[in-house]
Design a protein around this ligand. Structure first.
Ligand code: HEC
Length: 123
């Protein structure tokens, strides 16, 4: 009996390690490499152009995410918090459960987070 309990415990622990390691793999797969410099003009604006400017255009719903205005709109509108990047409104609206999540995906949201973590530069 006692040996069987120990065996069951071992199976449970190994199973849990298996489950958590899968989850870990999945997260690292989705997250962009934080050491690669993100370009606002090339990488982030492309996300806005792809899924956002249809509604967030000039004179439409703020923030204006068109190429000429998006950087200033985000910084001046306080959608970016470089002290607490994960609290930035532009990031939280894009992740699962966020109000704009339907128009984007996890890897683009991850790229936006890395851009903010790297100082939200207009580069
Ligand atoms: C189908 C139209 C539509 C699309 C596409 C869209 N938005 Fe929005 N967005 C809105 C509307 C309407 C609001 C204002 C009401 C609200 O907050 O839901 C808004 C609000 C916002 C806000 C302000 C939220 C706040 O809490 O103040 C941000 C930031 C934002 N959108 C970012 C984005 C981003 C980034 C994308 C692209 C990934 C996007 N939106 C795509 C319609 C859209």
């Amino acid at each position: 009996m006692y040996k069987r309990k120990i065996l069951n415990m071992i199976i449970l622990v190994v199973g849990m390690i298996g489950i958590f390691s899968c989850e870990y793999e999945k997260i690292t797969y989705d997250a962009p490499d934080p050491t690669i410099p993100v370009s606002y003009a090339a990488d982030i604006q492309a996300i806005w152009d792809k899924g956002c400017v249809g509604c967030h255009g000039v004179g439409k719903t703020p923030p204006d995410l068109t190429a000429a205005n998006s950087y200033n709109a985000l910084i001046n509108g306080a959608f970016v918090d470089t002290a607490q990047p994960e609290q930035s409104g532009i990031y939280t609206c894009m992740i699962t459960g966020g109000s704009m999540a339907a128009y984007t995906n996890a890897s683009d949201a991850g790229l936006v987070l890395v851009w903010i973590q790297q100082g939200a530069k207009n580069n």
